[in-house]
Design a protein around this ligand. Sequence first.
Ligand SMILES: [Zn+2]
Length: 331
Amino acid sequence: MKYWWLKKYKSLKIKLIPDLTRDVNTYFIMPKHYLERFRAIRESEIDTFSEEDLRILLYTILNHEKIKNNKIILIIDRLLEIPDNFLPATNYSLEEMLEEIASLKENLPFEEKLSSNNVAACYNCLQVFYVDDIKYVNKKGLCLCPYCKNSTLYFDNDFIPMDQNFLRLAKLIYGVTPLGCNFKNLQKIIQRSIHLKKNLDCITIKPDTALFLKDKKADVVLEKEHIEFHLEEISFKKQITSKEEDSVHYIFNECFQILEKNILSKVIIDTSILQEDYTLHLSLFLFLLENLGKNPYLKEITLLYQNTNTKKIYKDILTTILNYQKKIKVN
Ligand SMILES: [Zn+2]
């Protein structure tokens, strides 16, 4: 199922509504004029709604309307029926991914390309979908994403990766974060805020810190001046797809919400929580960048490595990101 993270809200309990609102606001990116669309569809039967409209309906009810539980349960049931379209994670190096991202502006989604492609990806709202879902084209002849109505699309025959890490990286490079940071600002923030350390022994835990540790059972422990998040190892036996990339994001997102609520400014993460896999570590790194760009309290992130391999992974990621000069052609 595509919206697997909605599963825990099936037959929604009232007390979970704030959590649902928070998750929907994290994962759904709305088109500019979604309220107009909402007004046009609000009285229709839910059974007749398309996926795009179901998203608009759920988002708007949670953010702007008096909440009707029964209606939300129906929408969630419909969204849970939508099959997944998870793609294998790319085996591109980060450097190769950045090369491809630079070429996105040379592969514009012109309408003429629709007949020779099957799948499209959007690096604004991170959706991957069949080109048959594209209904709108702008004045320049560029196709618009059915979910966010942006022209930030590319197609399968452009031979550009379509997995979640790639899309999220492209979004960070071309977009602006909720705190108004472009990629250049983010590079400066990374330099200031992200540190690599061998293990916890060489660190004094300061107040206002969230400490992420690997444990056999997930738990949150409130210490006098800091919070400890105990997480089970995140490991997958099968091939890593965009679903596993997403689940790293999801697990850390649950904890980072608590961190933001408690206005904690420092984070220490034992990276051995993740199985030793480049894709999963890159997914965590991108999640941290996204948070530095949206959480105004977050100032310092320390990543702990247990072996030279993981150290190398993070050093490579950091160097590549910091050295990347945007090579984007303006059209
Ligand atoms: Zn989109």
